[in-house]
Design a protein around this ligand. Structure first.
Ligand code: F6P
Length: 323
């Protein structure tokens, strides 16, 4: 394989730049030419390509976001959009792609490969949500949970000072990994996630018990995709039942998506990026390159997007027992 393309797509995640750097440098070591595709699939359709050399990825390992920019492309969902993308790749002699993104990115890659099987695509799991099957960590997750943890630490200071109950919403439309990790790490009183049914009665009972023991300050971490609604909705439901509490809501939002990647993030992203290029060179395609039990693992796109990574029930138990 002589020429490859690389792009970042979907929600940006800290560590994507480290992964990109590894892709470019590994490919150049193998003598490959590398095209960077800006704004994901949308840029592939609109012809936003730039060549990438060793020096073009200098000094980016520590940067959050993605220097290639990212987008969610409606046009790529259509066969016409994919055809234009294919023609743009062909015009530059691109034989293989490294797609850095999450389930939407791999869904697109799968459809692309079904129509143009002569192309090879491997995926690097990049999403703060950590919700892809076939990897223990996605690029961005470690940084996001540290950001959420620090933010909740700050909230705890003021919650304790004012004896308030805080409902803190963290990201995770379909997944509770960020909520669970940041909740455990901050000693939250409860963590509400989409993967387990939220019981408002039980939450009210827990807070009632805590208040009876003069524990006024409580932190409830709510994943944005919780079945009872986001933090505002949960706070409203609880407050009507417990008018004596002074409830406050904080939505952490996109602050969790940015920032300098942690050390572990940079290392894992570098390793995954390097292995993506190796996989392409070996002729692999249609797979995501993940890390399972410290080893590199290949998972077909179909499985990576179909199965959700399972929440470890022990983690929920930790919240229940230690709070
Ligand atoms: O997929 C990552 C994610 O951060 C989700 O947790 C969140 O729901 C979503 O992206 C937000 O997407 P956008 O930035 O497009 O609003």
């Amino acid at each position: 394989m002589k020429t490859i393309g690389v792009f970042t797509s979907g929600g940006d995640a800290p560590g994507m730049n480290a992964c990109l750097r590894a892709v470019v440098r590994t490919a150049r070591q193998f003598g490959m030419q590398v095209w960077g595709i800006c704004r994901g699939y949308q840029g592939m359709i609109e012809g936003e390509f730039r060549t990438l050399n060793m020096r073009d990825v200098s000094n980016i390992i520590q940067l959050g976001g993605t220097i290639l920019h990212s987008a969610r492309s409606e046009a790529f969902r259509t066969p016409q959009g994919r055809q234009r993308a294919w023609e743009n790749l062909k015009a530059r002699g691109i034989e293989g792609l490294v797609a850095i993104g999450g389930d939407g990115t791999f869904t697109g890659a799968k459809a692309f490969l079904e129509e143009y099987p002569e192309l090879r695509i491997v995926g690097a799991p990049g999403t703060i949500d950590n919700d892809l099957y076939g990897t223990d960590y996605t690029i961005g997750y470690d940084t996001a949970i540290n950001t959420a943890m620090h933010a909740i630490d700050h909230i705890k200071d003021t919650a304790n000072s004012h004896d308030r109950v805080f409902f803190v919403e963290v990201m995770g439309r379909d997944a509770g990994f960020i909520a669970l990790a940041s909740g455990i790490a901050t000693g939250a009183e409860a963590v509400l996630i989409p993967e387990s049914r939220t019981n408002i009665d039980a939450l009210v009972e827990l807070l009632r018990r805590n208040i009876a023991h003069k524990k006024w300050a409580n932190i409830i971490v709510v994943a944005e995709g919780d079945d009872e609604g986001g933090a505002f909705e949960v706070a409203r439901k609880v407050s009507t039942r417990l008018p004596q509490i002074e409830a406050r809501v904080t939505v952490l939002g996109h602050v969790q998506r940015g920032g300098r990647p942690t050390c572990m993030e940079r290392i894992r992203a570098s390793r995954i990026g390097m292995e993506c290029v190796r996989a392409l060179k070996e002729g692999k395609s249609g797979i995501m390159v993940g890390i399972v039990h410290r080893d590199i693992a290949y998972t077909p796109f179909e499985q990576a997007i179909k199965h959700h990574q399972q929440i470890n029930p022990t983690l929920l138990e930790i919240v229940r027992i230690l709070s």
